[in-house]
Design a protein around this ligand. Structure first.
Ligand SMILES: Nc1ncnc2c1ncn2[C@@H]1O[C@H](COP(=O)(O)OP(=O)(O)OP(=O)(O)O)[C@@H](O)[C@H]1O
Length: 273
């Protein structure tokens, strides 16, 4: 124990939200362009919702923000992504550092099913090269499960497998796992689409609580959810045969009440998509 404690590398810093800035981001799969010069600022400590019909490039944009797009064979991109003014794609910046600062929660909860709840939470530490003593891990597990709104439900069974939890609990476990490396930004790709309404509301509450310390970017098809959880919205659209682009973005209240573009109005009022 003492030898580990002497090499502790776990940062003592609390989570601090960061501002993410996408500038003229374009994306291709092979020779097909799917995003065209998307620029969007996702401000520190706020929830930004990406909305728009299926296939307009929301998930692709999200994957570009934390360098997951480049892992897809044939995928290419142009433009810049800055986190607090620093280029996420700078050659000297390691992929693991980008992923650590910008975490991702997926549509389908994906805990390691046979791994304990405790080990699921700390799993990301090893992958990102962070070492921690046992007491630090204990503290981190409680802190992250607490922030994810799951601590009270699982504190007596931390050694049980993550796969034994309900779907909503598994998703909150995945959120806790993402938080363990203290990201500045959390990307969420339809995090509630596989969940029942009660679990959905619980995750939405968690998102609002997290927004105080982590910047959140969420893709959602649910317009009520976008209104409940987000401070800002960006409406993506890929009109016939053209790549996806942002039609309009701004504070969520205004996007829904007084959208500037008739296409936004049609979409948020359920007239298409
Ligand atoms: N791995 C891939 N290879 C080739 N084309 C892809 C790939 N992933 C996505 N695409 C294409 O890129 C375009 C944008 O897809 P994307 O999944 O980003 O849209 P989306 O707005 O997130 O859709 P949805 O709301 O249905 O999830 C679509 O035309 C899709 O078919």
């Amino acid at each position: 124990m003492t030898s580990i404690e002497s090499t502790v590398l776990l940062p003592a810093r609390p989570s601090t939200a960061g501002t993410l800035d996408a500038r003229a981001v374009s994306a291709w799969f092979g020779d097909r362009k799917v995003l065209d010069r998307v620029s969007l600022t996702m401000p520190q400590g706020q929830v930004t919702a990406l909305i728009g019909p299926s296939g307009c490039g929301k998930s692709t944009f999200l994957r570009i923000l934390n360098r997951m797009h480049e892992l897809i064979p044939g995928a290419a991109l142009a433009g810049e992504v800055l986190l607090d003014g620093t280029d996420v794609y700078a050659p000297e910046r390691r992929l693991t550092s980008a992923r650590r600062d910008i975490g991702m929660v997926f549509q389908k909860p994906n805990p390691f099913p046979a791994m304990s709840i405790y080990d699921n939470v700390v799993a990301g530490l090893k992958l990102t090269g962070i070492r921690a003593s046992r007491p630090e891990k204990d503290h981190l597990v409680e802190e992250c499960l607490g922030k994810a709104g799951l601590w009270r439900e699982v504190q007596d069974r931390l050694r049980q497998p993550g796969g034994a939890l309900s779907g909503g609990q598994q998703q909150r476990l995945c959120i806790a796992r993402s938080l363990a490396v203290r990201p500045k930004v959390l990307l969420m790709d339809e995090p509630c689409s596989a969940l029942d309404p009660t679990s959905t509301r619980r995750i939405e509450q968690t998102i609002r609580e997290l927004a105080e310390t982590v910047t959140i970017v969420i893709v959602t098809h649910n317009m009520q959810q976008a209104q409940r959880v987000s401070d800002r919205c960006a409406f993506f659209l890929a009109e016939q045969g053209t790549p996806g682009a942002i039609v309009e973005h701004g504070p969520t209240g205004a996007m829904f009440a007084t959208p500037a573009d008739p296409r936004t109005s049609d979409y948020v009022n359920g007239r298409f998509g």
